[in-house]
Design a protein around this ligand. Structure first.
Ligand code: UGA
Length: 454
């Protein structure tokens, strides 16, 4: 099918590239001219594992083209709207870009279009789009509007798109349901050349869920808010473990053995970040509020998350006594591993707090330094963990990159001023760190026993 994708961010670019990979003819537009010219010249504007290969292969095969929004609208029988919906100061999602795209479609198109909202939007946005299209339709546009929320995790977005646990489509007509089914048929049947694995995937008929548009929109916000709630829950359990002397990794393991609870998203740490959970929880609270429902539970989820940085800095302060003038190395800037994204990353307010308290901070991240520089331009960005740790009185682990898990302890011990690690992600085993002579503070776990008592 001829498909247009409006917006080449993480979601739009992954959607465009993967739909091309499974056989569609895709035209992807981007309004940021700098980003568009990169894409047109074969340069990736963002880091996402496997995505560069899928983009390159499909551009070369002629199935993926980049250009203007107008050309995309003219091209696609289905138009996927993947533009940003950033938070407004009051927590609402800013829907102005969605409105602008809908208006352009209404003003340009003669004939039929399936308009698919993929950006994360508040419930009832689909019906607003329908209303807007009817008002502004200039040449008698015939249309359906579908909601098709994305469940792509940064760092594994290509795999998540091609091998999804679920494909949710919210529609109001049989025509829209059939077209959405046609678009996703190769993925449901797992009939495409997988760019990541050999011999992967069996057909996933049950993964395709058709609902009305309001329900599809709610599924997205409810899912992200539920996962955020799980994280805040385990973070509170972890604080309790620290006070009473229990091990949160054992507690979450024990909880997770119950299939009704499940063993994922029960890792405590310095809180959830990224461009999805914090803004989606906030938006969901606002949606509920505006509908007269008091979702106080989610306000607590948000509050607990905001306290994670304060709690983490307290631990650092307790160890260092005074932070002022101390050299502190921060390992990890991205909000999670395998991405260069630092939006709402805990690293940013953490580093800002340390600087405000007079610390001398040096940082290292394998991918996210150049994006972090835009937010924190004055600190030194180092080429590896050892350079960052040179002369440090504390090393803080903020992102759980694999590279940190295989650190050269001897080399590290040789460069630091004091052997202290405060780990916000629980990446090491306490006895292992202790064996290398480092004092180790992690999240909600029992300290390593001195070797004599093991
Ligand atoms: C999240 C959802 O997982 C996707 O399904 C969804 O499509 C996406 O948001 C979105 O709305 O676009 P993502 O933000 O990429 O994906 O990251 P996650 O892997 O979900 O992690 C979110 C945050 O929670 C990270 O800061 C991570 O460190 C934190 N986290 C996760 C924990 O602190 N503990 C955990 O056990 C799991």
């Amino acid at each position: 099918m001829k498909i247009a994708v409006i917006g080449a961010g993480y979601v739009g670019l992954t959607t465009a590239a993967c739909l091309a990979q499974v056989g569609h003819e895709v035209f992807c537009s981007e309004s940021d001219t700098g980003k568009l010219s990169k894409l047109q010249n074969g340069v990736m504007p963002l880091f996402e594992p496997d995505l560069a290969t899928v983009v390159d292969d499909n551009r070369e095969a002629g199935r993926l083209t980049f250009g203007s929004t107008e050309d995309a609208i003219d091209w696609g029988k289905a138009i996927f709207i993947c533009v940003g919906t950033p938070p407004l100061p009051n927590g609402d999602a800013d829907l102005s870009s969605i409105e602008a795209v809908s208006r352009s479609i209404a003003k340009r198109v003669k004939g039929y279009r399936l308009i698919v909202e993929k950006s994360t939007v508040p419930v009832q946005t689909g019906s607003q789009i329908r209303k807007h299209l009817a008002i502004h339709s200039t040449y008698g546009l015939d249309y359906d509007v579908a909601s098709n929320p994305e469940f792509l995790r940064e760092g594994s977005a290509v795999g998540d798109f091609l091998h999804p646990d679920r494909i949710v489509v919210g529609v109001e007509s049989i025509r829209a349901a059939e077209l959405m089914r046609e678009i996703y048929e190769p993925i449901i049947e797992q009939k495409f050349v997988c760019p990541i694995h050999k011999n992967c995937g069996t057909a996933k008929e049950n993964a395709f869920l058709v609902t009305d548009t309001n329900s599809a929109e709610l599924i997205k916000h409810a899912s992200n808010s539920f996962l955020a709630m799980k994280i805040s829950f385990i973070n509170m359990v972890s604080d309790l473990c620290e006070v009473v002397g229990a091990d949160v990794s054992k507690v979450s393991q024990g909880m997770g053995l119950d299939p009704r609870i499940g063993n994922v998203f029960l890792n405590p740490g310095i809180g959830f970040g990224g461009f999805c959970f914090p803004k989606d929880v906030q938006a969901f609270i606002r949606i509920a509020e505006k509908s007269g429902c008091n979702f106080a539970l989610l306000r607590e989820v948000e509050k607990i998350n905001q306290q994670r940085i304060v709690h983490f800095v307290d631990k650092v302060r307790k160890e260092l006594w005074s932070i002022r003038g101390k050299k502190i190395a921060v390992l990890g800037l991205a909000f999670k591993p395998n991405t260069d994204d630092v939006r709402f990353a805990p690293s940013i307010p953490l580093i800002q707090t340390l600087i405000d308290e007079g610390a001398v901070v040096s940082v290292y991240d394998p991918e996210a330094s150049s994006k972090a520089k835009e937010l924190l331009p004055t600190i030194p960005y180092c080429g590896d963990p050892y350079e960052a740790a040179a002369g440090a009185e504390a090393i803080l682990i903020v992102t759980e990159w694999d590279e940190f898990k295989t650190i050269d302890w001897k080399r590290l011990a040789g460069v630091v001023e004091r052997r202290l690690i405060v780990d916000g992600r629980n990446i090491f085993n306490p006895p292992e760190v202790a064996a290398h002579g480092f004092h180790y503070i992690s999240v909600g776990r029992l300290p390593a026993l001195p070797e004599s008592q093991v």
